[in-house]
Design a protein around this ligand. Sequence first.
Ligand SMILES: NC(=O)c1ccc[n+]([C@@H]2O[C@H](COP(=O)([O-])OP(=O)(O)OC[C@H]3O[C@@H](n4cnc5c(N)ncnc54)[C@H](OP(=O)(O)O)[C@@H]3O)[C@@H](O)[C@H]2O)c1
Length: 267
Amino acid sequence: MKIAILGAGNMGLSFSKSFLKYELIKPEHLHLITRSETKISKIAEDFPKSKISTFEETQELDADLIIVAVKPQDFQHVAQNFKFTLKENQMVLSIMAGIKIEKIQKLLNHPLVVRAMPNSPTLLGMGITGYTAADGISFSQLINVERLLNSTGRSVYLENEDLLDGVTALSGSGPAYFYYIIDAMIKAGVEMGIEENLSQLFVKQTMLGAYHLINNSEKSLEELIKDVASKGGTTEAALKTFEDKNFKDILKSGILNAEKRAKELNG
Ligand SMILES: NC(=O)c1ccc[n+]([C@@H]2O[C@H](COP(=O)([O-])OP(=O)(O)OC[C@H]3O[C@@H](n4cnc5c(N)ncnc54)[C@H](OP(=O)(O)O)[C@@H]3O)[C@@H](O)[C@H]2O)c1
């Protein structure tokens, strides 16, 4: 399979590395397309055997799959300035937040579109991607795309495209919420006099351990919380403050706002 990636940024390059790592494609069958000339030499250091070109100079796409990994806000400009026509058998895989299949089909004038929403742990092969496909994509084409997605972590097919905005808000943006909470915990540690690097160690190892407990325990989240929060104890004191300040509602409304933003991005 030959793959072209339009937008060699964080996600485009993460995907490329995963495909090559698992030998799903040959490096010479990868074409990376950048916006600016200046980025080419740096990318070429990491992908010495692959083709790299700027969008401006790209006249044709010799690829079975074109992955669109530019920001949603850049997509209209990209679509309107295509110098190439997509061939009938070429597939498009969009990982852009918010932009619906119908809009991609219309702007690219091409029916075969798969839309996916990955997240940043794809960099380590530990991502999760929700994806859905336009009518007309065959089962074997979909399996080929899924094989690629699985090299970046796990993937889940969703029948209903509308749910992808929820996936965007939940797992696409999710790592940032996690970092935000961890950052607050580390800062609390520092405020209590713990050195920053030690505070980081305590918090990160706590998150790792807690994650494994969630994954390996038969208990519900409520029961796991109860196990830590004894009556009148320290955890209960913290949880009471979170409840009093509606921390859970704040988090939930932030995530719903992310979903709303994903819907707006379709324009
Ligand atoms: N980051 C995430 O965690 C995440 C998660 C899920 C989905 N996504 C989606 O993935 C997409 C990419 O996100 P990202 O985080 O990888 O952003 P990014 O690092 O900014 O990458 C986007 C890349 O597209 C390039 N670009 C813009 N216009 C172009 C053009 N005309 N031709 C070729 N390249 C062009 C940009 O070039 P410049 O560097 O010159 O600006 C940039 O390198 C977005 O649509 C986002 O919604 C991201």
